[in-house]
Design a protein around this ligand. Sequence first.
Ligand code: GRF
Length: 194
Amino acid sequence: MTNFAIFASGNGSNAENIIQYFKDHKFIRCALVVSNKKNAHVLERAKKHDIPAAYIPTHIFRENPEEAINTLEKHNIDFIVLAGFMVLVPSAIIQRYPNKIINIHPALLPDYGGKGMYGDNVHQAIIQANEKQSGISIHYVNEKYDDGQVIFQAACPVSKDDTVESLKEKVHQLEYEHYPPIIEQAIEETRSFG
Ligand code: GRF
């Protein structure tokens, strides 16, 4: 079995979609959900599906990442999936999981990425700039926000009538469709190449 952890800070609709996709998978298991927010809805979603859930406060990630790594090792985590995780992943974790951490960003990187470009801010900026399209980017995680190698992108049209809410909905649909199989593919690659 390859065990992965999902890191999320908020609602966790992607997290739940991923949990469902891997529920009966033969060799890949969602073994842990981690949140830096004690009351994040994602922790409830994990419990509903009998997935272990851990609250690791932001200051632990920033000041004592070894403690976070201990939790991951206790659960035999081999791979990390970020889904709406609002903390910069510390380099100690990146070094412990080289090319084994991926993130999804709700826009077509390298545009509309980087510090401050998260959640509704991204959709707002795209609408304000009258962009004709947006989409999703799935990428490996390095020490900078939204900067690692892009693995996959999918686009959707942005119309004049789109609002932050309607664009967010379109982007979420792309996320639900594409993130689980790309996670599967990325994990399969680590299984073949070590
Ligand atoms: C998603 O749009 C994801 O791309 C971004 O944060 C959002 C999380 O949404 N990084 P949810 O919590 O999965 O509903």
